[in-house]
Design a protein around this ligand. Structure first.
Ligand code: SF4
Length: 289
C-alpha cells in the first residue's frame, strides 16, 4: 500500500454491518515477499477473522471502526493497474496479502476480477488465496491460464470456524472451491493456518486436515502457526476470554515466552511432518513457521 493513497473517502453505504467507503490509490501492484507482487483492491476485510494479520493495516490507515467492520474500495484500482502495467515486468502476483480479494463487496465492484483479467492478458501468473467461494465466479477468466487457486482453512470444525472467522464462508463451501478448480484443471493450494493452539493444532486436527488435502489431491499445502503479529493479540485474547478462558495461559506461553514458543514450534513441525507422511503428502507440504 502506498502511504500517499487517498484514504479520506466518503461512506457510500453500509452492507451487512460493514461501512463501505470509496477511496483512490496511487499504486495497486506492489512488490511483495510472497511471489513477486501483491495486489489488494480493498483495505479492510468484512470476513472479520479474529486472528487476522492484516489488522496491522490500521496502523497506516487508521479507522474509527474496529477491524472487520469497514472496507475501503480502491475505486480507481483498474486504471491504476493499467498505468503500472506499462512498466511492470511480468511475474507472480499474490491475491491478496492484506484483504480477501473475493470478500462480499467484490460481488458488487468486480475490481479483483478486472485486475486479474488485465494481469493475465499481460502474462502475469496469479497465486490466489481466499476464504470465499465468490472466486468461482472468475474461473472463466482463470481457465487454461497460469493461476493457482488456494483456500485458507484454520480448522475443519464449523463451530470453531464460525467463532474465529464469523463472516467467511463455511469450510464446506471452501472445499467446493477446490473441487471446482480441480475439475477445470487449475492448480490448487491450501493454507492451513493459523493453527490455533489447543484447538486446531492437535495431532488429530492436523491429521484430519492432511487427510482432507489428500482426498482433494491438492497440489500445494502450506501450514502456519499463530503468530503474535501487531494488533492480533487483543482480538485473540477477547475471543479466548469469552469462549475458551482456560486456554489463555497456554496462548500467552506459546506466543510470548521465547523458550516455550521455540519448543512449541518444534513440536508442531513434528506433528505436521508425521501427519503429512501418514496422508502421503510429504512432497507437497511446507511449514511456513
Ligand atoms: S479473510 Fe484474511 S484478510 Fe480477511 S479478515 Fe480473514 S484473515 Fe483477514
Amino acid at each position: 500500500m502506498s502511504q500517499r493513497d487517498d484514504f479520506t473517502g466518503n461512506v457510500v453505504g453500509v452492507e451487512q454491518e460493514v461501512i463501505v467507503r470509496e477511496v483512490t490509490c496511487k499504486t495497486i501492484l506492489n512488490r511483495c515477499s510472497i511471489g513477486d507482487y501483491s495486489l489488494n483492491c480493498y483495505t479492510g476485510c468484512a470476513h472479520a477473522c479474529a486472528h487476522c494479520y492484516a489488522r496491522v493495516m490500521q496502523r497506516f490507515h487508521p479507522h474509527a471502526e474496529p477491524w472487520g467492520t469497514f472496507v475501503d474500495v480502491k475505486i480507481n484500482a483498474v486504471e491504476t493497474l493499467k498505468r503500472q502495467l506499462r512498466r511492470a515486468e511480468p511475474g507472480e502476483v499474490f491475491l491478496s496479502s492484506a484483504c480477501d480479494g473475493w470478500q462480499p463487496i467484490e460481488a458488487r465492484y468486480g475490481l479483483t476480477r478486472r485486475c486479474c483479467e488485465l494481469l493475465l492478458e499481460r502474462d502475469f501468473r496469479l497465486n490466489v488465496l481466499t476464504k470465499s467461494d465468490l472466486v468461482v465466479r472468475d474461473f472463466d477468466v482463470f481457465r487454461d491460464r497460469p493461476v493457482r487457486v488456494g483456500i485458507t482453512l484454520t480448522t475443519l470444525d464449523e463451530r470453531l470456524r464460525e467463532l474465529w472467522e464469523p463472516r467467511a464462508v463455511s469450510v464446506r463451501r471452501r472445499l467446493e472451491v477446490i473441487k471446482t478448480a480441480r475439475r477445470i484443471g487449475l492448480k490448487t493450494a491450501v493454507m492451513f493456518g493459523p493453527l490455533l493452539p489447543g484447538l486446531s493444532d492437535t495431532p488429530e486436527s492436523i491429521d484430519a486436515l492432511c487427510r482432507q488435502a489428500a482426498t482433494l489431491e491438492i497440489d500445494t499445502i502450506w501450514v502456519d502457526a499463530l503468530n503474535p503479529r501487531p494488533r492480533v493479540w487483543p482480538a485473540v485474547a477477547d475471543l479466548l476470554r469469552a469462549e475458551f478462558p482456560q486456554l489463555l495461559p497456554h496462548y500467552r506461553r506459546v506466543l510470548f515466552d521465547a523458550a516455550c514458543r521455540k519448543q512449541y514450534l518444534a513440536e508442531l513441525r513434528t506433528r505436521i511432518e508425521r501427519a503429512a507422511r501418514r496422508a502421503g503428502l510429504t512432497d507437497r507440504v511446507a511449514a511456513c513457521m
